[in-house]
Every structure is written in structure tokens, then in C-alpha cells.
Design a protein around this ligand. Sequence first.
Ligand code: KG4
Ligand code: ZN
Length: 344
Amino acid sequence: MRILALETSCDETAAALLEMQGPGVGSVLAEVISSQVALHAAYGGVVPELAAREHLSALPLVVDKVLQQSGGTLDTVDALVVTQGPGLKGCLLMGMGFARALALARGLPILGVNHIEGHVLVPLLDNPELKPPYLALVVSGGHTEIVLVREPGEYELMARTLDDAAGEAFDKSANLLGLPYPGGPRLATLADQFAARGEPSPFTLPRVALAEPVFSFSGLKTAISLAVKRSREALATDETLQGALAFTIQEAIVDALAIKVKQAVERSGIDRVAVTGGVSANRRLRARLAEDGYRVFAPTLPHCTDNAAMIGWAGAYRLFRGDGGHGLGDVRSRWPIETIGVTP
Ligand code: KG4
Ligand code: ZN
């Protein structure tokens, strides 16, 4: 089954073509991701209206490109899969409208996919040795949750953030340090460079040790803001000091994630941890989870951040179960993964 997948839930316009022989069996023939980072950088964050407009103009281009790369045409496509939620409503509508029109014109079945399900299942695409059940730590700019994947389609929520997402915590901290948007990867680079010096950092930040299965980054944000204020002048002139603070921030965020993973491992008895979403690109996070003794899996770098291959891959499980072809329904800007349930 040849699947054309589209992803437009936030600031990446992505298309992928997959050739699937069965659920979880197949490969990505071609994929294209058009990032809007440069467009939103001037505003310090994603501007939903601009993002939606950009998706509209980028969609035909990424689809053309993916078909060209694979050497195929639309005639070879058997099904369309598109992100239906969660995400920015206007952005989701662009992808869904485009997919709907294509499906109608070509008489193809169409299926809406949960974006988080894409993040949660894509480690299976990139790590054939990974088998369910496993814990998926979803860490992106919009989401931070731990999901127990019993089987593809059968999910249990183990923890979710009360406020900011881990990516937001990285980006907002980076912003306080004066790094340009999106600062997460830049902060991580500074932190890793400081760590390589092997010196202790003069900064300390609190750990939020909530017993409940929830994440919270708001207290940390306040503490970072105070630390920056206290050392503002020194930070502006001393690059090593800036690196030290970046290091301490990264350790605090990674610690907050690792503590909740530990609780989830203890509660579930499952020690296979698949880290996924934009922040899963963070090297310190991966290393820390491995140090804690789990078997750690991660997607390839292009599949850490938003992409369409993960949407096609997640959609394939459903298409082979007979979903699809029943229309698309409404956009679902809020769509918690644990409410997906098992398709009978
Ligand atoms: O999954 P993603 O591409 O988009 C959302 O769905 O949000 O994640 C983007 C987030 C941003 O907050 C970015 O700063 C963060 O992932 N990120 C990182 C790293 N690479 C990307 N954060 C920390 N360390 C990194 N290496
Ligand atoms: Zn995402």
C-alpha cells in the first residue's frame, strides 16, 4: 500500500511517501520537510496566521517534491493520511483541506491521524529492534508526556505537563539568556561545550519533585529568570559563565524529565524508553536516560522534529485495520492520545 502523508500541525510543512506491506512493515520512499523557523524567528515564536498561510503555499511544493524524489506520480498513491490534531487549528485546516481535495479528485481513501501518535510510534520505524510494550517520552515544543504503548493503538497516559512543554522550557530559558529563537538547540550546544570543560557550575536551580505523575516547568522558569537578573552584567561579558548557566538549566530540565521517567518505569515495570519529539534530539537527555539504566531508543534526527513520515507510519497501522475511507470529520486541535482507544 502506497501512502501519501501530510503534516501541517505547527510550523513545519511536510510530506512523505511510504510503501507499506503491513502494519509496521514497510519503508519511507521519500520525504520533504519545509521549515518555517526563519519566518517566525523575527516574532520570537510561531505566529499561527502566518504559519497557516505559509502551509497553503508550501503544500503543493512539498507534495510535488516528494513525488519527484520517489520517481512516482499521484496515480501510484493508494491512500492519503493527514494530521487531524492536536495542533494549531488554522494550520491543521490547511493540511486537511488540501488532503481532502486530493482524495476527492483522485477517489482515494483518506485518514486523519493524531500527531502525538505519530511521535509515539515513529521510534518503531527507525528502530526495528524496538518492540511494544514500551514507554514513549514525548518531548517537543508543544507537548511533554509519557505514554505507555501497549500496542500501536493502545495507549495509557503515565504523565503530562501542567504548564510548559520541555521544548518551551528550553526555548524560554534560551530567550532569557539572550539566544535567538528557537533557542533550545543553541542552549544545548552551549551546555555541552561547558560540560566538556569538566568544571563545576557556580549556579544551582531547584528541582520540582512532585510526587504526582505530572511535569511542571513554571517554577524552574522563575528561578532561571532570577538567576539571569542577579548575574546580568557578568553573563553579558563572560561567555564561560553563560555556558555554565546553560549547563545548569539543561541539567535541571533533563532531571525533571528523568525523574518522571523513573516513576513511570517503576509503575509499569517496563524499562524500554523511546524518547521522541524535538527535544529528543538533545544529547544530554539521551545519555542521562541511558545512565539511569534503561534501554533507550530514539528516532533518527529528521524524525525527532515534526515530519510527515511519522504520520504515514502511524496511519498505516489504522489503514491495515480497515480505518480510512469514512471521511475525515472535524479538525481536532485538542486530542489527548489516551482517548484514541483501540479500534474494534
Ligand atoms: O517536535 P518539534 O519540532 O515541534 C513541536 O511539535 O513543538 O519540537 C521543537 C522543539 C523546540 O522547542 C526546540 O527548541 C526543541 O524542540 N529542540 C531542542 C533540541 N532540538 C530541538 N531542545 C533541546 N535540545 C535540543 N538539541
Ligand atoms: Zn510535534
